[in-house]
Design a binder for this molecule. Structure first.
Ligand SMILES: [Zn+2]
Length: 245
């Protein structure tokens, strides 16, 4: 008998495989695993529902030397609001692309799992998908160990709240130093970046998300350039979304 293992995880995507089967990628507290899911393309297949990511599930798997198999599942969270809303749906794809790309770069897998879970719950619950994505991308920088240093000027070491974020500096500089360092975010944008970076996940609620949304500050271009410089990462998903929207 092959050993059966019970786990909990978030299904991130499903790719076609031979004989009506798919390979599903699941994030768990121990990292990411690929599992074989059989009989997913038949109309009446009970396994088809496990291919609609994201999905939080309890599941059983049997180990194998080649590819372990997903044998049974119990859905904990369907994230129906994400699936019913095109913007939330596209946002989840951008998040999943980064989760899969960076999962193996992260040391604290358990922390990462609960972070991802919380971010999908926020995306599912509230309408501010744009802000949720910014929080996800900014906080992920910390888990990747490439977050900018935000307390004080990184050039002259002055402690001040009047700071400007610079990509090249990988942190903030004061107004006396910006002529040497250059900057990519102004005072207000840097403040919002810092709020999003520092906010505790348990303190994020509708009021906070609305407050950020009302500022109309868009950090996405800065965030993309930051990922390009420090992770050499270019989002293919964002590129496709830009093309179709
Ligand atoms: Zn300075």
């Amino acid at each position: 008998m092959k050993p059966v293992i019970k786990k909990r995880g978030i299904i991130l995507n499903a790719k076609d495989y031979k004989d009506n089967a798919k390979i599903i990628t699941i994030l768990t507290e121990d990292g990411k695993i690929d599992l074989l899911l059989k009989g997913t393309t038949k109309m009446n297949s009970g396994n088809k529902k496990y291919t609609l990511a994201p999905l939080e599930v309890d599941f059983m798997m049997t180990e194998s030397n080649v590819l372990a198999t997903f044998t049974q599942g119990y859905i904990i969270n369907n994230y129906l609001h994400i699936k019913d809303d095109i913007n939330k749906s596209l946002t989840s794809l951008v998040m999943i692309e980064k989760i899969i790309a960076f999962c193996e770069h992260i040391d604290k897998q358990e922390l990462f799992y609960h972070f991802v879970l919380k971010m999908f719950n926020l995306l599912d619950t509230y309408k501010y998908d744009f802000v949720v994505l910014a929080i996800f991308e900014i906080k992920l920088l910390y888990l990747l160990g490439i977050a900018p240093t935000l307390n004080g000027c990184n050039k002259c070491a002055k402690k001040t709240n009047e700071l400007f974020l610079s990509i090249n500096l990988g942190g903030t500089c004061c107004k006396d130093c910006i002529k040497d360092c250059g900057y990519d975010l102004d005072l207000n944008e840097t403040k919002i970046f810092k709020y999003l970076y520092l906010i505790k996940l348990e303190n994020i609620d509708e009021k906070f998300l609305k407050l950020i949304d009302d500022t109309n500050i868009d950090l996405s271009h800065f965030i993309d350039r930051y990922y390009e410089k420090y992770m050499d990462f270019y989002s293919k998903t964002k590129k496709v979304i830009k093309k179709i929207s």
